[in-house]
Design a protein around this ligand. Structure first.
Ligand code: DP6
Length: 328
């Protein structure tokens, strides 16, 4: 391949966890301390292009600009890929999101999933999807799940190689849930997930209970998904979300990601479900609220969320597929 000659482009969607990942078993190897279960959001995307570098150095542009604060992680991921693929060249990377970055919308998940697919293809590594997912996990835990679509489980296998595995437990088409994302603040989050998790592990008196109860949440959520049992999935997902935020709040200093409007949306969604609407909430390390609905509830939930004071915008997404290459 001639340096600089040809772009390889991949698209990946962000995912949101219904059973949450928070905390690491091994920081250096980025092994999560808990399993997780997510849905891939087909309506939002990261597109990443890579090509051989023209000057022998790695370059990274995000939304058209150099981002020194992101560069080290991107180059770390490229180094792992070079090792795995037996490739020695430098790489130019350009990446764009069509949704707000760093505001609890898991942009590192779609970002690293797209990067691993595009760059490993360019490096000719012939990696399996499982291997790509493993490499993405080392860059960012949630990214492992965005290589796959629909309902995705990340399970833990400590002491084995690899120590985590991801699998699609149900394709999106088998249970086409929809997600509304209420944006309550579009600025970048104050404490990153990576830093926040370490703080929680080191300072929260609840950390052990969080880790110990995670396997049961995963089992219950998996069963609810396989049975398409919306009520059961709603109960476990809200529990896992609130339990993670309780852990965050009990960290020192406390990690308070909610805004007033976040709490307003949670009350609204609970009321709607109590009145019989098929909707539940989840919130990540940011102030946005994700309302997971059966399709028939989407319009009513959207109208009700728009009335909550402080809701700035509402995004809508069906479930989607795992990362894929784009023909250029
Ligand atoms: C709250 O995957 O961003 O979104 O592995 O340090 O990159 P790192 O963390 P990251 O954490 C995601 C945390 C979460 C919950 C989840 O997606 O499971």
């Amino acid at each position: 391949m001639t340096p600089g000659s040809q772009w390889i482009e991949a698209c990946a969607h962000p995912n949101i966890a219904l059973v949450k990942y928070w905390g690491k078993l091994d920081v250096a190897a980025n092994i999560p301390a808990v399993p997780s279960l997510s849905i891939t959001l087909g309506g939002l995307q990261t597109r990443t292009r890579v090509r051989l570098s023209r000057d022998g150095k790695d370059h990274f542009l995000f939304e058209g600009r150099a981002r020194p604060e992101m560069e080290q992680r991107v180059i770390g991921c490229l180094d792992e890929l070079r090792r795995e693929c037996g490739f020695s060249g430098a790489v130019e990377v350009e990446s764009d999101n069509d949704f707000p970055t760093a505001a609890g919308l898991a942009s590192s998940a779609s970002g690293f999933a797209a990067l691993v697919l595009a760059a490993s293809t360019m490096m000719g590594g012939g990696l399996s999807r499982e291997k790509m997912s493993e490499l993405a996990r080392r860059a960012s835990g949630s990214a492992a799940r965005s290589l796959l679509g629909g309902f995705v489980e990340l399970s833990l296998h400590p002491g084995e190689n690899p120590p985590t595995r991801t699998r699609e437990i149900l394709p999106a088409s088998e249970w086409p849930l929809e997600v509304l994302i209420a944006i309550t603040d579009s600025s970048a989050k104050s404490v990153s997930s990576t830093a926040g998790m370490e703080l929680s592990r080191n300072t929260s008196p609840y950390y052990g209970a969080w880790v110990d109860s995670s396997a049961e949440d995963l089992r219950g959520a998996r069963e609810a998904v396989l049975n398409r049992d919306f009520e059961a999935l709603a109960e476990i997902s809200e529990h896992s979300c609130l339990k993670m935020h309780a852990l965050m709040l009990s960290t020192r200093p406390g990690l308070l990601y909610f805004k007033g409007a976040t709490v307003g949306c949670l009350h609204l969604i609970r009321r709607l479900r109590a009145e019989g609407r098929p909707v539940f909430f989840t919130v990540d390390a940011g102030p946005q609220v994700k309302a997971v609905c059966l399709p028939e509830a989407v319009e009513e939930v959207r109208e009700a969320l728009a009335e909550v004071p402080g809701v700035l915008d509402i995004l809508h997404s069906p479930l989607g597929e795992g990362a894929f290459l784009i023909e250029t």
